[in-house]
Design a protein around this ligand. Sequence first.
Ligand code: HEC
Length: 144
Amino acid sequence: MKTKLLLVLTFIVFTACSESPVETKTSTTIIDTKIDSIQAAKKIVEVVNAKIHKEESIAIEVSAPSGANLYTQKCASCHGKDGKKSALNASEVIAGWESSKTQGILKGYQDGTYGKKMKNIMQGQTKPLSKTDIKLISDYISIL
Ligand code: HEC
């Protein structure tokens, strides 16, 4: 009877001991898997963030500076970088002019319905400009 009890006890201890490493292994595997997924998720977030950031900077590059670029390339030499110069001492200071006013005047130079003494110069300047160019430049001048 005593031997039988001892045997049962030994069996219990044995099973308890043998089961525990298996359990530990299983939970370690689960934790490992979870860590893997967390790291994978982090990576995805990083990639998405990088993508969003890149798209933002591309959008800014495409939209924002075009009016500024056009103005700097085509107008600043006479009207000043900040639009506060009287071009060849013959024009008004155009910085801060309302966009619609500038657009009307630039179109006027294009079709010959607007101009003062030195209109020939501005006719040459406005000839190559598209409607969009005129809008972009005029919007930019309005914030100078
Ligand atoms: C070569 C010098 C020169 C450049 C470059 C130039 N302008 Fe002018 N701008 C003038 C002169 C000179 C006048 C005055 C013309 C006149 O007598 O009507 C003038 C007039 C203007 C006026 C009307 C101001 C007024 O007094 O009625 C606007 C608006 C204007 N320019 C915008 C622009 C824009 C926008 C650009 C670039 C696309 C540009 N200009 C490029 C010389 C220049």
